[in-house]
Design a protein around this ligand. Structure first.
Ligand code: ADP
Ligand code: ZN
Length: 554
């Protein structure tokens, strides 16, 4: 597909320079354009900042007819259209919020034989709910004016992904109605299972897949234990490494955003907060200040991000645990789009895990923004989706708890990509620690912990189990007469951190399950450990061992 002998090659190169001001193509751009212009269905996996827009905007410009672009977010669409109009490319969009007369005018133009538009953007709801739009597309198609259908952020189709949107699933209708129109599906995030879902749901035929490495060599990754001093740490980190530079701090709850922003302001930073419940005018104001560098730091929920095109974001800090590795990768991807060195720091605490898990199970975790009313993961309570979300979260936990393997490798494995950690060149915390490790068989301890959870009736928290295990005689232990248990103090010889790491490992590996007891979404949440019988059985009868890697003492 990299050939320069296609009939359109000259025109392509000329317009890339003249209209878009680019001197060359970035990796895969030429190939993708050639494949879609040859009439194939194409699936593109390209990291954020890779240059996906050009792969449909340039063909739209040089092909006869109109390119339909489905994009999840009105603000993203507006941003794109602004850029297109600046480059003198006629583009428009249809949305439900528009005045009826305005919609009518656009439809009239689409019906004209000399229609000026090259690109028509719509949100997925529009496709699902508007017969008017479908009829319009049929009419364009009948007149051979429907050049191409582009599905941006295509991972939203998949329930396995982190941004599932029900309206995306209805997009399969487009291929049914217009089987001869090439579809171009684009995403910056997809695992193998997501990719399959997308291809299937959209009904792509013999689709050609382009994917490139998701490694971002200019991003430096680290995970830092989150303590009570976390905000001091963040302040210090920014002052020492990124003074007066731009960054995003992702927070779990809306309240956290406000608290973190306030604290950073007190420390002298130009910080603001951004989340789903601030009103649109305020939101637009913050975005504008941010793009004009009047604000350096945005403390945001994941509602902030998609469509953020600022090239010089120098750091992305996660004040709490992200919900999945995919989400984390994408959020970090907003740093360093200009290719300059940037930092991605994650503050991790186990109690945040409990908190996020609870939010997910209640369906109150804030998702990426899209249109108002859609920023809640309202299907999160249902079985399969809840299970997937919890599993995604557990993977994120094991990423954080891993203080041995290369962070890049751990992320890329998740995207089905092989990575040689030698190429990390010590740009992650784990690679830069020069230390050696030993493997330890902790099966015996693991068994005892599982037994202890059973003995205490599967109704206590992990911290209580650890207290009993390490022989504490605190009031709570005594109240429940747990000092009389045979396993009281069985883990006396272990360091607290070691015992707790083993216990967490048992949860991550599904030997034990953590159930949230009290429901206070924004406050403290307690949880109890339960035994996962089927998995734990293998451990107890000696059919399975538990091995952990520990840094060797030097
Ligand atoms: P994505 O959608 O993959 O995140 P964009 O399409 O927004 O990425 O492109 C990211 C940035 O790269 C934009 O500022 C765009 O102008 C720029 N860009 C895209 N293609 C090229 C190219 N061939 N040469 C130079 N800059 C490019
Ligand atoms: Zn590394």
């Amino acid at each position: 597909w990299s050939s320069r002998d296609f009939p359109w090659t000259k025109k392509l190169e000329a317009n890339n320079k003249k209209v878009f001001g680019n001197h060359s193509f970035r990796p895969n751009q030429r190939e993708i354009i050639n494949a879609t212009m040859s009439g194939h269905d194409v699936f593109v996996l390209m990291p954020t900042g890779g240059g996906k827009s050009l792969t449909y905007q340039l063909p739209a410009l040089i092909c006869p007819g109109i390119t339909l672009v489905i994009s999840p977010l009105v603000s993203l669409i507006q941003d794109q259209i602004m850029h297109l109009l600046q480059a003198n490319i006629p583009a428009t969009f249809l949305s439900g919020n528009m005045e009826w007369t305005e919609q009518q005018e656009i439809l009239r133009e689409l019906n004209s034989d000399y229609c000026k538009y090259k690109l028509l953007y719509v949100t997925p709801e529009k496709v699902a709910k508007s017969d008017v739009l479908l009829r319009q597309l049929e009419s364009l198609n009948a007149r051979e004016l429907l050049a191409r259908i582009v599905i941006d952020e295509a991972h939203c189709v998949s329930q396995w992904g982190h941004d599932f949107r029900p309206d995306y699933q209805g997009l399969g209708i487009l291929k049914q109605k217009f089987p001869n129109t090439p579809v171009l599906a684009l995403t910056a995030t997809a695992t193998a299972s997501v990719k399959e879902d997308v291809v299937q749901a959209l009904g792509l035929v013999n689709c050609i897949i382009f994917r490139q490495s998701f490694n971002r060599p200019n991003l430096w990754f680290s995970v830092i234990p989150k303590t009570k001093k976390c905000l001091d740490d963040i302040d210090k980190f920014i002052k020492e490494n990124h003074f007066d530079e731009c960054g995003i701090i992702y927070c779990l709850s809306r309240m956290d955003c406000e608290k973190v922003a306030e604290r950073l302001q007190e420390c002298g930073h130009k910080a603001a907060f951004y989340h789903g419940s601030i009103d649109p005018a305020q939101r637009a104001f913050v975005q504008k200040q941010w793009s004009k560098d009047e604000i350096n730091i945005i403390c945001a929920t994941v509602a902030f991000g998609m469509g953020i095109n600022k090239p010089d974001v120098r750091f992305v800090i996660h004040h709490s645990l992200p919900k999945s590795i995919e989400g984390y990768h994408q959020e970090c991807g907003r740093a360093g789009r200009d290719g300059q060195r940037s930092s991605c720091v994650l503050y991790y605490s186990y109690s945040d895990f409990i908190r996020v898990k609870h939010m997910i199970s209640q369906g109150v975790a804030e998702q990426s923004p899209f249109t108002p009313g859609h920023n809640r993961f309202n299907v999160a309570n249902s079985g399969r989706v809840l299970e997937t979300n919890t599993e995604n979260l557990l993977r994120m936990v094991s990423y954080c708890e891993n203080d041995v393997d290369c962070r890049r490798l751990l992320q890329l494995v998740h995207f089905g990509e092989k990575f040689d950690s030698a190429h990390c060149k010590k740009t992650c915390d784990n690679c830069s620690k020069i230390k050696s490790f030993i493997e330890k068989d902790v099966t015996d301890t693991a068994k005892k912990l599982v037994e202890l959870v059973k003995l205490t009736g599967q109704q206590f928290s992990s911290s209580h189990i650890l207290e009993v295990f390490r022989g504490s005689l605190n009031q709570f232990v005594k109240k429940h007469r747990h000092e009389t248990l045979s396993l009281h103090g069985a883990g006396k010889h272990l360091a607290k951190s070691e015992a707790s790491r083993i216990l967490r490992h048992l949860v991550i590996e599904d030997f034990l399950m953590e159930e949230v007891k009290k429901s206070d979404v924004y406050g403290s949440v307690s949880s109890v450990l339960k035994v996962n019988q089927s998995k734990a059985h293998n451990l107890i009868i000696g059919r399975q061992n538990v091995v952990l890697r520990f840094p060797s003492a030097i």
